[in-house]
Design a protein around this ligand. Sequence first.
Ligand code: HEC
Length: 144
Amino acid sequence: MLRTIIITVSLVAATALWAHSGVKDPQVKARMDGMDVLAEQTKILGQMAKGATEFDAAKVQSALAVMADEADQVQALFEPKADDPKSEALPTIWTEWDKFAMHADDLVAAIAVADGSSAAALGQTLRGIGGACGACHKDYRQKN
Ligand code: HEC
């Protein structure tokens, strides 16, 4: 029984490692995972804002709370100058750290003023949040 559990757990861990198709550096993987959490929550909120899923104020608040937590981690996740062949992070992040950090602060600020009281308010909020994501990506994420 215990053996089965251990095998299952290591399989799950291995699957998680493959999720970013071949990313080997653990620090790069951690920052990508953080970005994926942001994207996931943004998607949940976006669906509600456009009425594709039912508006649920409690779900909005919990998604925003997860995003606020994750946004707080961005600087710490990127501080180590880690690299990986799969990374899309531009090296200027570490030569222009203050500017990068400012983009991270902008995201924190956009989430802090989020208004999730209605689908319409949420749509407006997402424009602000999306703007903060896009501004940083424009400067510091390699375009494919
Ligand atoms: C302070 C800068 C910054 C902000 C703000 C930011 N990102 Fe990113 N994001 C990056 C960088 C840099 C990468 C590339 C990381 C890498 O490949 O090593 C990235 C990568 C990603 C990825 C790809 C992750 C992967 O699995 O490869 C997604 C998805 C993403 N960001 C979504 C978001 C969303 C959604 C937001 C806003 C809610 C956001 N990001 C805000 C800098 C930022």
